[in-house]
Each structure stands twice: as C-alpha cells, then as structure tokens.
Design a protein around this ligand. Structure first.
Ligand code: MG
Ligand code: MG
Length: 255
C-alpha cells in the first residue's frame, strides 16, 4: 500500500509575517525572563509576567485555555519535562526551569521554549541545557525544502545521544499556524520506516527537543498535565518556530 502522508498546511508570505510578529513577542519575553528568573521567584510570578508581557505586545497567550490548560506559560522544574502548571512553587538555587510560551497575532501562533538555570547550577545541568539547545539548532538546520521530517528527528537524536543523554519518545514537535498544533508530527528520534512528509517552502514547524539526563521514559502526574521523567533525572526543553523557505530555515521566534 502506498504510504499516505498527513496534510501539511503551507503558509503565504503574509501569514508567515504574522507568525514572525508572534514569534518576536516570544523572543522578547524569553529574553526578559532570563533576567527575571532567580532563586526565590515563584512559577506563578513567571506566568503572570509572561501573560502581561504577551498582552502588552497586543498578542494573545496561545496556551491559556488550550485543551483546558489554566495558564499562559507551561513551567516545568528539574525532573518535570513539559506542561508544568505555574503556582506557588518557589525556585531555588541550583534548579533548572523550562518555560514554554505561545502567542497569537492576527490569528497565527508562535511557540517557543527555553530552559533556564536558577542561580548557580551543577556542571551536569549546564551540559544538559547546552546539548539540548545545540540539538535544537541541529534540527533546525535540516528544516529545508526537499528534506523530510525524519532528517530533523535524526539530527536531534544523534546529537543528544552522542552526549549520553536521551530524547523523550512520548512527545514531539509539530506543525503550527492557525492552530498551535498541526501536521506534521515531528518526533525527536528516528522511527523506522516512518520518514514523515517531505518539507516544502511555506511549511511552519515547532521543533522542540525534550532531553532527559537519564532514561527517556516519562509519566504524567495526577494533575493530568505535568510530565516528569520516570527515573527522576533532570530534563531540558528548547523550542523554536521555524519557517521552511526557498532560502533555508527561518527562525520566526528570534529577535
Ligand atoms: Mg511550546
Ligand atoms: Mg510546541
């Protein structure tokens, strides 16, 4: 049987311009957060800052209410991988904290995440953050017309595993546009005989390696949101929204 690939919605230059506006809001926000995050701040305070910043730019927080999520930012600490709910938790020296944010402008979304060190963290934690961010850029370099989704997956997996870390299997990156989550699914590891669709100009992708210091298994907590590593090891998450253009990948969530 011929393999049928899911429909990838290609965007017009005007639509990509809206996504670039949304992306710049997120880039500015994450830059501000780098200066704000320090021991003693609560995850709820980070979320309130994020919502105010996004709305102050004339954008809408994409995640608030998405599938029922109660906040504007997903904030995940240490062994929390993604989808942590902000609240009264106070960050401590040595923690790492992942902040995942989305913004909508003119009906189009951007999606970006970054893991920050809180105060001084261990050398191993810093190495995890560095390798995860590097793997994101390795993946982005493959977001080119004529390549397939698996080329992104392979670049991320090879970089992460060559440093002794593991990529989460249960969660993936995704297409993005009028909806936060569109086709194609972008796994961070190679699935045998599943190359995914060919990439074409106008495709817009949220590439987001989630990397564990230990094993790749994850579990979801009783709040039905927070995903944590099964073995309690640290986890990091970096994400950009990228447009495939005839000139190569354009990071839309950059300043
Ligand atoms: Mg995200
Ligand atoms: Mg995403």
């Amino acid at each position: 049987m011929k393999k049928v690939f899911p429909m990838v919605i290609r965007k017009t230059p005007a639509e990509i311009a809206s996504m670039r506006k949304a992306g710049r809001v997120l880039a500015g926000l994450l830059k501000e957060l780098a200066g704000l995050i320090r021991p003693g701040i609560t995850t709820g305070e980070i979320d309130r800052f994020a919502e105010k910043y996004i709305r102050g730019c004339g954008a809408m927080p994409s995640f608030k209410g998405l599938y029922g999520f109660p906040a504007s930012a997903c904030i995940s600490v240490n062994d929390e991988v993604v989808h942590g709910i902000p609240g009264s938790r106070r960050l401590r020296e040595g923690d790492i904290v992942s902040v995942d944010v989305g913004a909508m402008v003119d009906g189009f979304h951007g999606d970006s995440a970054m893991t920050f060190p809180v105060g001084k963290v261990s050398d191993e934690a810093m190495r995890l953050l560095r390798v995860t961010e590097e793997s994101l850029y390795k993946g982005i370099q493959q977001a080119r017309a004529g390549k397939r989704v698996v080329d992104i997956s392979r670049a991320i997996q090879e970089h992460v595993e060559s440093h002794g870390f593991s990529v989460v299997r249960a969660l993936a990156g995704h297409g993005i546009g009028r909806s936060v989550h569109e086709e194609p699914r972008i796994p961070n590891f190679v699935i045998r005989n599943e190359p995914g669709p060919e990439l074409k100009p106008g495709a817009t992708l949220a590439i987001e390696p989630m990397v564990n210091a230990g094993g790749f298994d994850v579990v979801t907590l009783d709040d039905n949101w927070t995903v944590v590593t099964r073995d309690g090891s640290l986890s990091a998450h970096f994400e950009h929204t990228v447009a495939v253009t005839s000139d190569g990948p354009e990071i839309l969530t950059a300043l």
